[in-house]
Design a protein around this ligand. Structure first.
Ligand code: URA
Length: 429
């Protein structure tokens, strides 16, 4: 049996006392955890020590590289096209990947978008697309390359070969209260994105009540850490800091969000979704060497819609099929006239989740038609009795707990607080 070069408990003690771990120590720790020599309780103690004491920039980079080295590294070199990807830290009603990937691809850039399923109150891109009849999330690497070559955009499930160390560690963090930690989040996200082999990457880092890092300062630090990791690894990376204080757009929930995305691709849709889609597309196209491209024109003239239809069809989906609708609806009406003053993202996300749009455990199913339609946004004038939101679910018994989540989550008053632009800052390397 090979002699292990380090003692796990020594490394935990080092981090527990706030000292940095060396590069060789981090490499060994990640490798030994992946092969099962370092056990879950030991890694949980290490994650908590990192949570409490943080990591230096060099340690975060070492952790990221070690997690990349734990699995396969994809390459899109054979495509002969520039590749650019987007990652969002997740929010309520965040359906931007759906219109964004085909929009950017309509300029001849390849967009390989490896996505996940939702857990908790933030929805997963794959769950949304799976509400389209026939659409398949899992495809082989060869099929992915051929769709990227023919259509330019692909949104699919990440294979289990990418950064397996992160997969194991993220699941452990989820059950040990160690998710909300900048070094761990940054290395987790960037290990997968760098291993995926994209040439450039734009990060949509959310702040506000619906983001999992609500504070603006913490979100900024997370964005800067990830931008540094990407650029250090040779992936041209930039980030937009975007507002997730209120839900994005007018829908939360899988099929409802697909419908809204199709509206954006048809040249309409809510202004916040359109603005963010165009801002992220401009950033992606700039990194891809097309700073003068006009994404708004590609939404208006149908080029992006054409790419969307081809992208959905290439994965077995029928872009013309009616989307599933929930069996039950409940309309919440305005109790008085005035202006919608507040609308907090997180409780709306939780309500949609309770209606069946999201899952509590990774193995749970989701309801395609469940969710919430938002008929008004902060600043809109409302009349007494007017519909504010429509709740959708297949099981009427779910309304009660969803409505509980919405209690105190919105208010009608004389005026709404002024919101700044949805994109609050840009961070580049
Ligand atoms: N998403 C990830 O992939 N990892 C994290 O740690 C948090 C969000």
């Amino acid at each position: 049996m090979a002699v292990e070069p380090f003692d796990t408990v020594d490394l935990i003690r080092t981090k527990r006392s706030g000292e940095p771990l060396g590069t060789a120590e981090i490499d060994w720790l990640v490798d030994a955890y992946t092969r099962g020599y370092v056990e879950d309780p030991q890694m949980a103690a290490m994650a908590m020590a990192i949570f409490l004491n943080g990591m230096e920039r060099r340690e975060i980079k070492d952790l990221t590289l070690a997690m990349i080295a734990s699995g396969e590294r994809m390459s899109f070199g054979s495509l002969g096209k520039t590749t650019v990807d987007k990652h969002s830290t997740g929010g309520v009603g965040d359906k931007i990947t759906l219109p964004l990937a085909p929009l950017v691809a309509s300029f001849g850039v390849a967009v390989p978008q490896l996505s996940g399923r939702g857990l908790g109150h933030t929805g997963g891109t794959l769950d949304k697309l799976e509400s389209i009849p026939g659409w398949q999330a899992s495809i082989t690497n060869d099929r992915m390359l051929s769709i990227l070559s023919d259509v330019g955009a692909v949104i699919c499930a990440a294979g289990s070969g990418l950064a397996p160390a992160d997969k194991k560690l993220y699941a452990l963090r989820d059950i040990t209260g160690t998710v909300e930690c900048i070094p761990l989040i940054a290395s987790s996200i960037m290990s997968k994105k760098i291993a995926e082999g994209t040439g450039a990457l734009v990060l949509d880092v959310k702040f506000g009540s619906g983001a999992f890092m609500p504070s603006y300062e913490a979100s900024r630090e997370l964005a800067q850490t990830m931008v540094d990791l990407g650029n250090d690894a040779g992936v041209a990376t930039s980030a937009l800091l975007t507002d997730m204080e209120v839900p994005l757009g007018g829908t939360i929930g899988n099929a409802l969000e697909v419908r809204e995305s199709a509206e954006v691709l048809a040249g309409g849709g809510p202004s916040d979704v359109v603005d963010l889609t165009i801002a992220l597309a401009t950033e992606m196209l700039t990194l891809a060497g097309l700073p003068d491209a006009d994404p708004a024109a590609a939404l208006a003239d149908g080029r992006a819609m054409d790419t969307w239809r081809r992208m959905i069809s290439a994965q077995g989906g029928d872009p013309d099929a009616p989307l599933p609708a929930a069996r039950e609806q409940h309309v919440v009406r305005a109790p008085s006239s005035g202006v919608l003053a507040t609308q907090e993202a997180l409780p709306f996300g939780i309500a949609a989740w309770r209606l069946g749009a999201g899952r509590a455990r990774a193995q749970d199913p989701v309801q395609a038609g469940a969710g919430i339609e938002l008929h008004v946004k902060p600043g809109d004038t409302v009349a007494e009795g007017q519909p504010l939101w429509t709740l959708h679910t297949d099981e009427a018994a779910r309304f009660e707990r969803a409505l509980e989540s919405l209690e105190g989550a919105w208010s009608i008053g004389g005026s709404a607080e002024e919101r700044g632009p949805i994109v609050r800052d840009r961070i580049s390397g």
